[in-house]
Design a protein around this ligand. Structure first.
Ligand SMILES: *Cc1c(COP(=O)(O)O)cnc(C)c1O
Length: 460
């Protein structure tokens, strides 16, 4: 439900978005091409965007919003960065796809290898493809089938990874959606996040069948839930001891939370690295590009160097690779310092506004990635896993979201998503958010709970 304008002081025209949404609903399931865009979790009409520039989105009704979604992560430099636009325009003029190797994909691979612990990469077109390939490679290399994942981690819509936890710890997974054969998740074990005992118990029982453990390097897809100190390292160690591969999914965190990703925050100093890593979002610069990377001897098992098959008509696409490469080259230490600072300021402002309005909340961060959990009581101080994330007071988030939207701030339309900033988020943009927050916090405080609905959002 849109916030009451008499409460927010803002009226926002939505007629053009509403008309497009009605047409879209007639032509596409739910009117969108990825579920969370439909505003199902917050109600109201999705905003149809016509244009983006710097930190702002402009919708078809002419409203301007400070964008705190940034295309769900990719736009680390903001919308339509002039140098990215120029590089992409030049690339397009030279032809949009060749079906042959080309120079930008080599340079993009070199940039990724330079920034991360991986030695080789295979470029693909989406994060989903990257994790699907990583799991296939792990299974191909180990000759084992079982995949261990954590509840609340999203790795794209890969059958084996869209598994719901069975009852009890260390049981095999159930299909997370209709359309996935039970056989596809029968080799997936879903464990509670941040629970090393469950991991150890699982390896003790099934160690010789486990091909890999896959985890988000820091979870961004149930809201931001960082790993406990040493958790990722311990996962890598368990895998090493039992001959399984450790896959760190950095599709969201890669090249965003540091110049490499989350690994630099919890791995680099201790001298360990994942066997395989997956990247996407930022490395595509707003185009469909993603990657799986890892140690040379593992990566060389992929076709045509090795026997594990994988392919893609548009893989390494020259326009996408150019966009990604240009974005990464412009993502300097100054950019990361700015992201950290902007994210820090927003967390502080949001915390202050919610505290003053008396709204119980928890703000969690992994580097410059952060999210706000609306909780039941001030006694909740940490969200450590999916069970805890599912206890959110999501009705408060819906009211908060719509008040922010009416005040010209575009937040993720789900309480289960991270907030994203970019290098383009300057004082003018952040001041707008600062102004909106107290009004939105008051709207959240004033919202009574509806009948229970804690449906978790999957990632975009
Ligand atoms: C977004 C995301 C994916 C899926 O990427 P797509 O490009 O949407 O397929 C996978 N893993 C993580 C951690 C993500 O955030």
């Amino acid at each position: 439900m849109p916030a009451d304008p008499s409460l927010t002081g803002h009226a926002r025209s939505t007629a053009a978005s509403e008309a497009l949404y009605a047409r879209a609903c007639d032509l596409a399931p739910g009117g969108v091409n990825s579920p969370v865009r439909a505003f199902g979790a917050v109600g109201g009409t999705p905003v149809f965007v016509r244009r983006g520039r710097g930190p702002y989105l402009y919708d078809v009704d002419g409203n301007e919003y400070v964008d705190l979604v940034c295309s769900w992560g990719p736009l680390i430099l903001g919308h339509a960065h002039p140098q990215v636009v120029e590089a992409v325009t030049t690339a397009v003029a030279n032809g949009t796809s060749y079906g042959t190797p080309s120079e930008p994909e080599v340079e993009l691979a070199a940039e990724i290898v330079d920034r991360t612990p991986v030695e080789m990469v295979r470029l693909v077109s989406s994060g989903t493809e990257a994790t699907m390939t990583a799991v296939r490679l792990a299974r191909g290399v180990t000759g084992r089938d079982v995949v261990v994942k954590f509840a609340g981690c999203y790795h794209g819509h890969v059958d084996a990874l869209l598994a719901a936890a069975g009852s009890g710890v260390a049981t095999f997974g159930l299909p997370g959606t209709p359309g996935i054969p039970a056989a596809s998740t029968a080799s997936t074990i879903v464990l509670p996040y941040n629970n090393l005992d469950a991991v150890k118990q699982t390896f003790a029982e099934y160690g010789d069948q486990i091909a890999c453990v896959i985890t988000e390097a820091a979870v961004g897809n149930m809201g931001v839930v960082p790993p406990r100190p040493g958790f990722n390292h311990a996962l890598a160690e368990q895998c090493r001891r039992h001959g399984a591969l450790f896959i760190s999914d950095e599709v969201m965190t890669g090249f965003r939370v540091t110049r490499s990703g989350h690994w630099a925050l919890d791995g680099a100093d201790e001298g360990w690295a994942p066997d395989l890593m997956t990247f996407g979002k930022v490395m595509g610069g707003g185009f469909p590009a993603a990657a799986v990377g890892g140690r040379r001897e593992v990566m060389e098992r992929l076709a045509p160097a090795g026997p594990v098959y994988q392919a893609g008509t548009l893989s390494g696409n020259p326009v996408a690779a150019t966009a990604g490469l240009t974005t990464l080259r412009l993502a300097t230490d100054d950019v990361y310092a700015h992201l950290d600072q902007a994210a820090g300021r927003l967390q502080e402002l949001a915390g202050k506004a919610l505290t003053e309005a008396g709204v119980p909340h928890v703000i969690q961060a992994a580097g410059n990635l952060f999210s706000v959990f609306f909780v039941d009581s001030d006694e909740v101080t940490v969200i450590d896993n999916f069970d805890a994330a599912n206890k959110q007071a999501t009705h408060r988030y819906a009211a908060f979201f719509h008040a922010m939207l009416d005040a010209g701030v575009y937040l993720p339309p789900s309480a289960y998503e991270a907030w994203f900033v970019s290098a383009a988020h300057d004082d003018r943009a952040l001041d707008r958010v600062a102004e909106a927050l107290p009004v939105a916090a008051a709207a959240a405080a004033a919202t009574p709970p509806p009948p229970a609905d804690n449906s978790a959002g999957a990632g975009e």
